[in-house]
Design a protein around this ligand. Structure first.
Ligand code: NI
Length: 162
């Protein structure tokens, strides 16, 4: 395993639509292992492959409910609404208020090509949406808005996504 360099700011990799994974081989497995290691070292809750310069549809997430790897993920259900502050490992030192769905069911493949479905809420659902956006070249900064009046939640370090 190895740490990979996290792309930041104006790096073109962060603004491209990623291609589906077609080969479930050792290279994919190494990529996923490296992404988990890189995410943990950076203290993030998730990481998407384009953030390490690989334009393929792979994300890893760990919000404290176990390691989740999603290859070629697809959202099956999206409902409700939640708002909160997000940060991104690709935009260090910044954060912004973003509204997202608060219930997401997502399906994806693991490194072996086996299908898994995750029923996610709250912060987990937020992380799924943040990471999947990265696969389409969408960064949270384009979605941030002013918080509603009276919303006094401050950004927390644990709310750093990937
Ligand atoms: Ni991010």
């Amino acid at each position: 395993m190895a740490l990979r360099t996290i792309r930041t700011d104006d790096d073109p990799c962060l603004y491209k639509v990623c291609k589906p994974v077609e080969k479930f081989d050792g290279r994919l497995s190494d990529l996923i292992d490296d992404m988990f290691e890189t995410m943990n070292a950076a203290d993030g809750a998730g990481l998407a492959a384009p953030q390490v310069g690989i334009l393929r549809r792979v994300v890893v997430i760990d919000v404290g409910e176990g390691r989740v790897e999603l290859v070629n993920p697809r959202i099956l259900l999206s409902e409700g609404c939640q708002g909160g502050y997000e940060g991104c490992l690709s935009f260090p030192g910044q954060s912004g208020y973003v509204e997202r769905a608060d219930h997401i069911i997502v399906e994806g493949l693991d490194r072996k090509g086996e299908k898994h479905t995750y029923d996610t809420k709250d912060f987990f659902a937020r992380a799924v949406q943040h990471e999947l956006d990265h696969l389409d070249g969408v960064v949270y900064l384009t979605k941030k808005t002013d918080p509603p009046d009276g919303f006094d939640d401050e950004p927390h370090e644990e709310e750093n996504m990937g």
